[in-house]
Design a protein around this ligand. Sequence first.
Ligand code: AKG
Length: 302
Amino acid sequence: MQRRAKDYSNPKSYLWTDLPDAHDILAAGEKRFFSRWQTKDRNILRRFIDEGYAVLPSAVSDSDVDRFQADLYAALADPNIEFPMTYWDDDGHHYDIARLEKLGYREAKVLDVHVRLNSSHNLIFAPKLLAFMKDIFREEPVAFQTLYFEHGSQQYAHQDTAFVYTEPPYHFVASWIALEDIEPNTGELFYYPRSHKMDDLLFGEGTKALRPGDPDGPAYSVNLEQFTGEHGYERARFLPKRTDAFFWASDLVHGGEQRTGEATRKSLVTHYCPRSATVPYAQEKTVKAQRLHCGGWVLAHY
Ligand SMILES: O=C(O)CCC(=O)C(=O)O
């Protein structure tokens, strides 16, 4: 893979938090953007700028977690409801109908619960999350992909920019909401603080996006871990309490640790972009974002 220093000559390619003068923007923010920062604790924004992640303790309500979890299990047990999911087994990668008994497979993810379960909206747009995203985007956020995990994904180290595309690039963030207390060795989320600032790693076609069949694909995670090691980034683990949330920047290196038992690690990941950004699948006219009362938007391609 080739390496290339990040090019800030077109600042519009980046969110303001990624720019070299992000701390100046934070200091001047209220004058520059004509509205107040909504995140009360500025250290959360400072950490996101410097470290590429943010932790929001007790960010969603207990009862909203209960309601979402009950709705999800009911849907997964109902033969008339067909949620999509993906997972790996010895035969390869599968795109399938989500059912409870399949949630233990490797990297099992129930896809896009935000499309069919309104109870997910109270989680993904809980006031603290919404406030944070309005500050990061300076616009209303659009949730365009959700992933529910019953168990740790054990997903190898990666940057979402390899798999999640928006235009402009880097114009998205992801949230990770703990739906139960997370114990070590359950496949907890890991991440490399500050790695969102490292040089870009480019695939064979010179892109940050990993396209199907790219010759650099198979060794991608190994290369990435080697690169983070060479540059002294240290691996950290997220062991939250139920209702805590975590945000990562689009280029932060992260993944799921190996799990050593059958214990669950219930969590919900959401990818969001600002309203003015585009997501490739949403360029078709049939795909419409829907505005919720809270000021967040949801987008679905089916
Ligand atoms: O929750 C995890 O185990 C990892 C999730 C992740 O890496 C992702 O959704 O990009």
